[in-house]
Design a protein around this ligand. Structure first.
Ligand SMILES: C[S@@+](CC[C@H](N)C(=O)[O-])C[C@H]1O[C@@H](n2cnc3c(N)ncnc32)[C@H](O)[C@@H]1O
Length: 286
């Protein structure tokens, strides 16, 4: 890779770390169950068992880390790695609150390369690697997958959760905001992304040396008690990036345009429901 490309990737990662640092205080704390539910489901799909050593790539505030720590028990170990110091601090706090510090360690680092100063990362030293709703942020997800294959024992498994199609009923909400900001206002992906289809992701995993890749698609149903809660939720996620890009003098107009669309989606009690598709892909290191 050229120096320029390397610098560009480093800049992108630094910007992501800052973005998630800004989300960290409210992430999964606005009264909406979302990432924690998906984290539990990823751990179930991966069939994490007692005594395993697990790597949780892009651990965030612990949506995957905490259920994985429960699954491995005190004889096991879960290492969480995330670029954002704010997210890692919250994951570590949550593990302490739930009495799981014996088997959990969350550290700041790049989960694409997993080169960690004081965590043993010898080849073949993990039973399971998990990446919950984060691999599509990595500049080189294929390189990350190859690294995870190296870190896994023979027979070990890599599990990743990622987005299928967004709720089509919400398309007008995102369309209403799109003219006001920069960057994607919803889950949009480049045409070459390995996350454009299950087949494309399986091909990436195959190239990284994994076998038997399989994807299950499920509903991700998210309820918001009222529109104000949806707004708080957007600002607690990476979705805030779009809204941060809206110029101050356009903000009121953009918010009004979105609120008009939200009004059309409200149930009689004012609540909102979003039903997206989430995918769980598992692959094996033979
Ligand atoms: C949407 S959050 C998901 C967090 C958590 N896994 C969950 O399920 O709630 C994405 C996370 O990926 C992290 N992330 C993105 N790129 C990363 C990288 N290269 N290395 C480590 N963490 C990364 C972000 O900092 C953020 O915490």
């Amino acid at each position: 890779m050229s120096d320029i490309a390397q610098d560009r990737e480093a800049d992108r990662k630094a910007a992501l770390a800052l973005l998630f640092d800004r989300s960290a205080p409210t992430y999964e704390r606005v009264g909406v169950e979302h990432f924690n539910d998906l984290g539990r489901r990823l751990v179930d799909h991966a069939k994490v068992t007692t005594g395993q050593r697990v790597l949780d790539a892009g651990c965030g505030t612990g949506a995957v880390l905490v259920p994985a720590a429960r699954a491995v028990g005190p004889e096991g170990e879960v290492i969480g790695v995330d670029l954002s110091g704010g997210m890692v601090a919250r994951a570590q706090e949550e593990a302490a609150r739930q009495g799981l510090l014996h088997q959990v360690r969350a550290v700041v680092g790049d989960a694409e390369t997993v080169a960690l100063a004081d965590v043993p990362t010898a080849p073949g030293s993990f039973d399971t690697v998990l990446a919950g709703i984060c691999l599509f942020f990595f500049p080189r997800p294929g390189a990350a997958a190859a690294r995870y294959r190296e870190l896994l024992k023979p027979g070990g498994r890599f599990g990743v959760s990622w987005w299928g199609r967004p709720d089509p009923l919400w398309d007008p909400v995102y369309a209403a905001s799109a003219p006001y900001g920069r960057g994607p206002s919803s889950h949009t992906l480049p045409a070459t992304s390995p996350f454009r289809s299950a087949d494309a992701l399986h091909a990436m995993l195959d190239e990284a040396g994994f076998d038997e890749a399989e994807t299950a698609e499920e509903d991700c149903v998210t309820h918001f008690a009222h529109a104000e809660q949806w707004w708080r939720w957007v600002w607690s996620t990476a979705g805030r990036q779009f809204w941060e890009s809206v110029p101050d003098d356009e903000r009121d107009k953009a918010v009004a345009a979105v609120n008009a669309e939200l009004d059309t989606l409200k149930a009689p009690d004012g609540s909102l429901t979003m039903t997206s598709k989430v995918r769980f892909t598992l692959a094996k290191r033979s």
